[in-house]
Design a protein around this ligand. Structure first.
Ligand code: ZN
Length: 205
């Protein structure tokens, strides 16, 4: 299935309908996913003050679901669990958009400004979110330890943050099943499963 680019979404009402139909088909799946041992370990590290921010490329809201406060999660690729107006940023529930779609055959416009409403994800061809990128950069520059969990570190710009941390004097730990190109720069690499590894790390505190 061809991804719908951001430009298509903006310019074509049919692309918007198609995009929303695909999203509604995924709703049961999104609703059934639950945080795993890795999410829970990270949430615990946030709760005890050892982790200041969680920078994520995931769009599933599972860090928030596991108990990490919203203002500590930096979502570089957005979040598919809610929708947003592309013009004014107003947040909307997927369920409300779905009801409107069923009733009218079209997604609603933004109730505040009539703008186009889209899932709060960053689509192919859409600019990276400037605010989130800046928050991630600041969190990276401010940390003394940067831990990479389950990323192959190939998708930029997100993959640039570990080395930025390293350059600014932080230590770098990479936990990933497979080797990454950044392993040589890490102070510690663990080629293991995240869940058991992080659960053990939290247990050892
Ligand atoms: Zn709006």
């Amino acid at each position: 299935m061809m991804p719908i680019s951001f430009d298509e979404f903006i310019s074509s009402p049919e692309a918007r309908r198609q995009s929303w139909r695909r999203r509604f088909e995924m709703e049961e799946t999104w609703k059934s996913v639950r945080p795993n041992a890795g999410h829970e370990a990270v949430a615990k590290l946030v709760q005890c003050g050892l982790v200041s921010h969680v920078i994520t490329q995931n769009i599933d809201n599972l860090h928030q679901d596991s108990g990490v406060p919203e203002d500590r999660v930096i979502e570089l690729h957005g979040n598919t669990r809610h929708a947003k107006c592309l013009d004014c940023g107003q947040r909307m529930d997927i369920a409300d958009i779905h009801s409107h779609f069923i009733a009218h055959g079209d997604p609603p416009d933004c109730p505040a400004c009539d703008g186009i409403v889209k899932t709060a994800t960053i689509s192919f061809g859409q600019a990276m979110p400037a605010l989130e990128m800046e928050r991630a950069r600041r969190a990276t520059l401010g940390c003394d330890l940067f831990v990479v969990l389950g990323s192959s570190l190939v998708v930029y710009p997100a993959a640039g943050f570990p080395l930025l941390a390293k350059q600014s004097g932080a230590r770098l730990v990479i936990v990933n099943r497979e080797r990454t190109d950044q392993d040589p720069y890490a102070d510690l690499t663990l080629h293991r499963e995240i869940g058991p590894t992080m659960r053990a790390a939290v247990g050892a505190l």
